[in-house]
Design a binder for this molecule. Sequence first.
Ligand code: HEM
Length: 152
Amino acid sequence: MKKLLLLPALGLLFSLTPPLIRAEGDQPKPEKPQHEDTELEKSMDILGKAWRKLRKQADDPTKNASSLELMATIQAAAQENLKYTPDLAKDIPAEKRDKFIAGYQEKMKELIAAFEQLTAHFKANENPAAVALIAKIGTMQKEGHKEYKRPE
Ligand code: HEM
């Protein structure tokens, strides 16, 4: 008789005890330090999303009309980028800041010129040339971010 009562009693005890070990996923995530997006981040983000789609379809001539639409978005965002200065400029000593900003502007203009060339390739259905230029622009992006983007 005693044994029969013991089982439900144990069950009750366990249900009342808070779990000592929780799965990792149950833990509330620590807050990531957040920052307001800069204007440049917002337009770079638009450029980045269209760029990702473009890279995937650049070799496909049947998608050239859509690639040209993506190029219009990319070009508009790149023009927008010219209006802003990298956030990192704040960390550059005052006497070097103008040169830093001029360097950024120059690189952004080179990027815009490369986008114009890329648009011409899609218009002329020159897809292999477009793919080759995309690889070069990828290097420009990497170098631009190394020099002008605040490290993560
Ligand atoms: C195809 C070329 C490029 C793409 C797709 C691209 C894309 C991006 C993306 C996705 C971000 C992050 C936005 C965010 O955090 O939400 C970013 C940030 C940034 N990019 Fe680019 N980028 C390109 C070229 C360049 C070039 C050539 C430069 C420099 C001349 C540059 C300078 C920067 C800077 C400075 C930031 C940080 C924003 C800030 O300081 O406020 N990017 N870019």
